[in-house]
Design a protein around this ligand. Structure first.
Ligand code: ATP
Ligand code: MG
Length: 568
């Protein structure tokens, strides 16, 4: 491809809303352009990379025995109404009506449709097991679209669904996808971790996420170097930690704590430590209210709590007016004694002695509180957020944490959708059974951004060969020097003939501009035909190398080809 013809609108300045490197670089390198919040077009270089990612995903899905099909993105409401998700998705589902006033949506994910497809088209148990997939555009009206295509409202997903006769079959189908995912993310050049994920809300029996490690990731990963355990924050089981307590059987005492609404203010005014307090937080859980208690220096893990409560919607903090109503006090003085709503206490609260809680009275707290003597929670369970330094739930080692970008998710669904929609089969003996499902997603467009996020330097993107929009670039240093231009053209033709996807920078620009652009768009290998051409020498530089090396022009095709073949 000739760069004089290439639609590659590189930018020097990017909008301030581009907060992270991948978003800035994808805009600067002319890969994407924004149309509206969370909605992007892919320009030629961006699309080439996107297609390469798609192809790697497709090859590995096919290798794992999955079959590709393609469904519509514009979907009738019925299947989602049958599963209950027409309501569950809430405002994140794009809903619309046709001219006949019938309900439709733009598909956010396709469990229901694939289930229906199998109901309609599979007639005998002998046709199972079966894994179907598509690479298709999804729509979610995200509350906070951001980070470019990492969290967008229109994005490409590979979604696969497995259909098995029994649990053992599901385990095997799941393992095949697990292995395929490992191959995919390795081929994409990503540094990733597989973590145990929460499966509560979807009602399945097991789930793992593939996380690309990155400080800008929105998901917390807890891991243990000693045994290799890794889980996302929502899932990671917390082992209660003992800390210094105030010993003795001290009598309950009500104390005045004017203007101390927060743990920090209490620590300051009472001269105690945060772990001597217990927070009581009131949540709205569907149509009722509950209280959660954790130690003062801990946070409530709302996903764990939601699973425990078993509610449909995500938990919401209760409105201040409701808190005032329930506690008969200003916000900041809620406590477990005589509260009048169900109390879910974290396991660590059980280990606490003579601690401080709100007194359900403005400007008042209780001290020397002891669980069971002064109040009895309805449920005691692990409901807190894991922290660095916690004990590993598997081996007792030390938990560390880092941030990650979720690029893939695999999930043992069980019978949630087959039950809801009626996907059954008659077994050998004529008995009716329910098909067992798994689902497996990859954020294809998110993978492109995650790769840029992980693989860049101050000068631009450093594409791995496998997904680079072009593999090599030939640059005649001086576009006015006919010999340089001719030699560069010849090299370009030879590389192209050798099967290397090559760019030639034939623009009437200074060499410096061309080098900057080649670095910015991240082409894995660059050959500059410059002054030393008269000695038969050109400059060879892999994008990841510090500086260029001189090589004979006659070796250039072989050297580039060898590098590309070794790294594809
Ligand atoms: P997240 O927690 O990031 O919102 P999710 O768990 O809702 O994602 P899934 O339903 O598991 O997402 O979708 C499968 C994959 O699709 C995710 O692993 C992710 O890579 C990708 N994905 C999900 N939402 C978006 C989005 N808004 N923009 C881009 N990719 C997305
Ligand atoms: Mg997910």
């Amino acid at each position: 491809m000739r760069m004089s013809n290439l639609l590659m609108p590189t930018l020097r300045e990017v909008p301030a809303e581009a907060e992270i490197a991948s978003h800035r670089l994808m805009l600067r390198a002319g890969l994407i352009r924004k149309l509206a919040a969370g909605i992007y077009s892919y320009l030629p270089l961006g699309l080439r990379t996107l297609k390469k990612v798609e192809n790697i995903v497709r090859e590995e899905m096919d290798k794992a025995g999955a079959q590709e099909l393609l469904m519509s993105a514009l979907l009738p409401a019925e299947a989602y109404q049958a599963s209950g998700r027409w309501d569950v998705f809430g405002p994140s589902m794009f809903k619309l009506k046709d001219r006949g006033d019938r309900d439709f949506c733009l598909g956010p994910t396709h469990e229901e449709l694939f289930t229906q497809c199998v109901i309609d088209n599979v007639k005998s148990y002998k046709e199972y097991p079966m894994t179907l997939y598509q690479i298709q555009t999804k729509y979610r009206d995200e509350g906070r679209p951001r980070f470019g295509v990492i969290r967008s409202r229109e994005f490409v997903m590979k979604d696969a669904y497995s259909f098995d006769l029994d649990q053992k079959g599901l385990d095997e189908s799941y393992q095949k996808m697990y292995d395929a995912y490992n191959r995919i993310f390795t081929r994409l050049g990503l540094d990733f971790t597989v973590v145990d994920a929460d499966s509560g809300a979807m009602g399945g029996s097991g789930s793992q996420e593939f996380m690309v490690k990155s400080p800008v990731g929105e998901d917390g990963i807890a891991y243990c170097d000693d045994c290799g355990y890794a889980a996302n924050y929502e899932k990671c089981e917390c082992i209660p930690q003992e800390v210094d307590q105030i010993e003795g059987d001290l009598p309950l005492e009500k104390i005045e704590t004017p203007n101390a609404h927060t743990i920090d203010e209490l620590v300051e005014s009472l001269g105690m430590q945060a772990h001597n307090f217990a927070k009581t937080i009131i949540y709205k859980a569907d149509d009722k209210y509950i209280a959660a208690m954790v130690r003062g220096d801990r946070d409530v893990n709302e996903v764990k709590l939601k699973n425990l409560v078993g509610c449909r919607d995500d938990l919401e903090l209760a409105e201040p007016a409701v808190v005032r109503d329930i506690t008969n006090a200003q916000v900041g003085f809620a406590g477990p004694i005589n509260l009048g709503i169900p109390i879910y206490a974290d396991k660590e609260v059980e280990l606490m002695k003579n601690f401080v809680v709100g007194a359900n009275e403005t400007d008042m707290h209780y001290k020397n509180v002891n669980m069971d003597r002064d109040f009895t929670p309805d449920v005691v369970a692990d409901i807190r957020v894991v922290v660095t330094g916690d004990k590993c739930p598997k081996c007792g080692g030390t938990i560390k944490s880092e941030q990650g970008i979720e690029v893939g998710h695999i999930f043992k669904l069980g019978t949630k959708y087959s039950d809801a929609l009626g996907l059954k089969y008659l077994d050998e003996s004529g008995k009716q059974q329910t098909v067992i499902m798994g689902c497996y997603g990859i954020g294809v467009t998110r993978c492109v951004a995650a790769a840029v996020e992980q693989l860049h330097d101050d000068n631009g993107i450093i594409w791995p060969v496998s997904i680079a929009p072009y593999q090599a670039i030939v640059v005649p240093a001086n576009y006015k020097d006919e010999e340089q231009v001719n030699a560069a053209e010849k090299l370009y033709n030879e590389l192209t003939e050798a099967g290397i996807e090559t760019l030639i920078d034939d623009r009437a620009e200074r060499a410096g501009v061309k080098f900057k652009d080649a670095d910015l768009i991240g082409i894995p290998v660059r050959v500059v035909v410059g002054k030393k051409l008269s000695e038969g020498i050109v400059e060879y530089k892999e994008r990841a190398m510090e500086s260029a090396v001189d090589i004979p022009l006659s070796d250039a095709v072989a050297k580039v080809t060898e590098f590309i073949k070794a790294n594809i």
